[in-house]
Design a protein. Structure first.
Length: 192
C-alpha cells in the first residue's frame, strides 16, 4: 500500500517557461524522502524533470529540497544544463533502432511508421514528448525505477546517429549509407 501512495504523486506535468527558448518541462516523478535526526524525521522532496524544445533537444535533471516547488526548480535548472541534441528522421521518429542501458535499467527504442504515435511507458513517454518525437515504439526491459528508465533512455538516444554523420565519419556519400531504395520497388512494379 505504501508503494501506491508514494507513486500516486507521479505524473507528467507540462509547463511553458519564460526562458525564451520555448522549452517545456515535464515532471516525471516526485518522491518524499526522510532523514532521521535526533529530534525525529526531516522530510524533503526529490523531483525528476525532463526538459525539451520539441525540436530535437532534450535534457533531464534531479533536484532535492525541503519544499516541492524548490525541488522542481532545481531539477529543471539541472535539466537545462544537461541538454543533448538527438537527430530525428523527418522530424518525427528515430533514424534507427537503438538499445540503451543504465544500471539495471534497459530500454529498446525503435523507429516507427508515420501515425504510430508514442508507444512507451511513463518516464520514457515524457522524454519523447519533450524531445518532439511523434512516432516511436519503446520497451523497458529491466528496472522500473523512473531514474534508471530515464537515464537508460538518454543512453540510447545519445547513441543515435544520422545518416549524414555516419557518412561523414566513414568518408562516404549519404546514398552509399542508405542504399538505393527506389530501384528495387520500380523493378518490382515493372515486372508485374
Amino acid at each position: 500500500m505504501a508503494r501506491e501512495s508514494r507513486d500516486g504523486n507521479r505524473g507528467s506535468r507540462e509547463r511553458d517557461r519564460d526562458g525564451g527558448d520555448d522549452l517545456i518541462d515535464k515532471l516525471v516523478t516526485i518522491n518524499r524522502v526522510a532523514k532521521v535526526v535526533k529530534g525525529g524525521r526531516r522530510f524533503a522532496f526529490a523531483a525528476l524533470v525532463v526538459v525539451g524544445d520539441q525540436k530535437g533537444r532534450v535534457g533531464y535533471g534531479a533536484g532535492k529540497a525541503r519544499e516541492v516547488p524548490e525541488a522542481i526548480r532545481k531539477a529543471t535548472d539541472r535539466a537545462k544544463r544537461t541538454m543533448i541534441r538527438v537527430p530525428m528522421k523527418e522530424g518525427r521518429t528515430l533514424h534507427h533502432d537503438v538499445h540503451g542501458e543504465y544500471g539495471a535499467g534497459m530500454v529498446v527504442l525503435r523507429a516507427a511508421e508515420a501515425g504510430t504515435g508514442i508507444i512507451a511507458g511513463g518516464p520514457m513517454r515524457a522524454v519523447f514528448e519533450a524531445l518532439g518525437i511523434n512516432d516511436v515504439v519503446a520497451k523497458s526491459l529491466g528496472s522500473r525505477n523512473p531514474h534508471n528508465m530515464v537515464k537508460a533512455t538518454f543512453a540510447g538516444l545519445a547513441r543515435c546517429a544520422s545518416p549524414r554523420s555516419v557518412a561523414a565519419r566513414r568518408g562516404k556519400k549519404v546514398s552509399d549509407i542508405l542504399g538505393k531504395r527506389d530501384a528495387p520497388e520500380s523493378e518490382a512494379a515493372a515486372d508485374v
